[in-house]
Design a protein around this ligand. Structure first.
Ligand code: P6P
Length: 357
């Protein structure tokens, strides 16, 4: 098989390889991951194992999300609030537990950070094996939508640890800029269940076929449209936005863009990845630094969007993937989507921002 040459452009994004498979036959996630393994810099099978274990957890979570209305698993968990202050939905807790369980069994991951846990979760090595990866995730993003049957998602990011592999993981293994992610992805539990991921060589989507219980390649080498005709923001906060954001939103309205906002970031980003558009979560009075989490929401979704040809920045015009975090649950502002729309917003911010950028 021809080996694809890794070509990296100036911003560190390598061009996608020729797909490892061709034709219209069913290609499962497992097969695709294994066939793509030669493209990983550290092709030791560890990352392959991690991605496959996340796929298993996604199937288990999907089973419960799909029947949430039928069993006593929706509604608020007995455990009350998580560290973010969000009321923990029972499915959040279930999804969190399943992801941790699958990653513990994988024997490839040395530690985990989750939106649902205050601190990192150490995973003891199996035998003398040294594990080289850490995984961060939001187990069920948008979970407040569960009770009203609106789509929700799992978001994950995988990094290579920096610390001594013979010692426990440290916070520094997690506090790495998003540009250091070796893989990122999401699972969208919607009208169908789709897993979308990247290892820095393009973006591919796999739709779950319940009849065979496999994620099957359905969206090969996803590319975001250069431009779009929809913007995605919680318009209810309009009066609390800074002037430059209000001017840009006014411009979207003047250009007759449609407003699409599901309140579930994975759903909004997935739509934008396919149809084009821009998603905004600027600073508000309640969240002056933005609401969304850098490590396990914005970084993984930004890697995916950039790998698909899009852009992602904060409202201080800094590339999201270049932000160096200083705490696990750090929040950030974000503008992400079609490159032409992100560039248009950048021009508005430069023109109307009252603050030095
Ligand atoms: P708001 C869900 O709680 C979430 O973290 C994202 O999935 C979503 O985009 C955002 O918050 C919605 O926040 O303030 O508009 O309800």
């Amino acid at each position: 098989m021809a080996t694809s040459v890794k070509k990296t452009s100036s911003n560190g994004i390598s061009s996608p390889p020729a797909s490892p498979v061709s034709g219209n036959r069913i290609v499962t996630l497992d097969e695709f991951i294994i066939r793509s393994e030669k493209d990983f810099d550290f092709a030791t099978g560890e990352l392959t194992g991690l991605l496959r274990d996340i796929g298993v957890a996604a199937k288990i979570i999907n089973r419960e999300v799909n029947k949430a209305g039928l069993v006593n698993i929706i509604g608020v968990a007995d455990s009350g609030e998580n560290q973010s202050g969000d009321m923990q939905q029972k499915l959040d807790v279930y999804a969190n537990d399943k992801l941790i369980e699958c990653l513990k069994n994988s024997g490839e991951c040395c530690a985990i950070a989750s939106e649902e846990n205050d601190d990192i979760i150490h995973i003891p090595p199996i035998g003398t094996k040294k594990n080289h990866y850490v995984v961060m995730f939001d187990p069920l993003d948008g979970s407040s939508n569960i009770d009203v049957n609106v789509s929700v998602g799992t978001i994950f990011a995988i990094y290579r640890r920096k610390s001594d592999p013979s010692a426990p993981a440290t916070k520094e293994d997690f506090l790495q800029a998003g540009v250091k992610q070796v893989a990122a992805g999401y699972v969208l539990y919607g009208t169908s269940t789709i897993l979308v991921y990247t290892t820095g060589r393009g973006v591919n989507g796999f739709t779950l076929d319940p009849s065979i219980g496999e994620f099957c390649l359905s969206h090969r080498n996803m590319r975001i449209p250069e431009n779009g005709a929809t913007y995605s923001v919680n318009q209810g906060y309009y009066s609390k936005f800074d002037l430059e954001m209000r001017r840009y939103i006014d411009n979207c309205s003047d250009q007759n863009y449609g407003l699409r906002y599901i309140g579930s970031m994975v759903s909004d980003i997935h739509r934008i990845l396919i149809q084009g558009g821009i998603f905004l979560y600027p600073s508000t009075r309640k969240y002056p630094k933005g609401k969304l989490r850098l490590l396990y929401e914005c970084n993984p979704l930004s890697m995916i969007v950039e790998q698909a040809g899009g852009k992602a920045m904060n409202t201080q015009l800094k590339r999201i993937l270049d932000v160096v975090p200083n705490e696990l649950h750090q929040r950030c502002t974000i503008a992400i989507g079609s490159p032409a729309m992100v560039d248009e917003l950048k021009a508005f911010i430069e023109r109307y921002s009252a603050l030095p950028l």
